[in-house]
Design a protein around this ligand. Sequence first.
Ligand code: KIV
Length: 270
Amino acid sequence: MKTNHDDLKDTPVTVLDFSKWKKQGRKIGVLTAYDFSTAKLLDAAGVDCLLVGDSLGTVFQGRPTTLRVTLDQMVYHAEIVARAAGRALVVADLPFLSYQTSPADAVAAAGRFLKETECKAVKLEGGVRMLPALEAIAAADIPFMAHIGLTPQSVRRLGGYKVQRDAEAILADARAVAAAGAFSVVLECVPAEIAERVTTEIPIATIGIGAGPHCDGQVLVTPDMLGLFDEFQPSFVRRYADLGAIVSKAAADYLADVRAGRFPSKDESF
Ligand code: KIV
């Protein structure tokens, strides 16, 4: 008997599934991943797409922005996550200044993920202003996810992490990235009505983060939704677990056992 979850079994997700799912109205679930064990758990849970986001600059490296993340660091994490994934489509972020400098640099940077890792696609920020780079990446046959609305690599120009409300500019960016060949587009921090308009108008799947319920899919930064990252908490994040409290308690229990001589036991010794 066919179930709703048949498409979650076995067959690896490809970039073509995003448009298929958009047409079917099947919502797409994306989470970020940066390491092997977490990526394996998320993949086994049926996450459709693992994004090796440059958000690792904040939640993994503990920096205030993503600006200092390097291409070598992204390739390192992308290679690890892609090895852990069985079914999920693994997409890797191009970090700041790896593609803004020229279309040729963009192709060279994007190409590293396909040549040096098993990632199947890249993501880069920017709409109309990034068109030459997007077109060059598409011409090189490298599938890409676009990212518009609040683009964290533009934080200095935007003057902070603010909701983006210019509907016409967001629509122009969305049309531009779809025409350039993106297989999907992240909409970050845009009002729900604008995200709905974009989702209705463009043929590619929209993946929202702080963009309301009408997008074709949603993405969250995994340490945020697991309660592992406390430095700041955007209001659009829903916490599905409080792993921070579990880790703290486990560490405290371990220390108490070590200090009381309860660990290791005879069975845990040779
Ligand atoms: O870097 C990242 O993790 C992202 C997502 C938040 C969309 O770009």
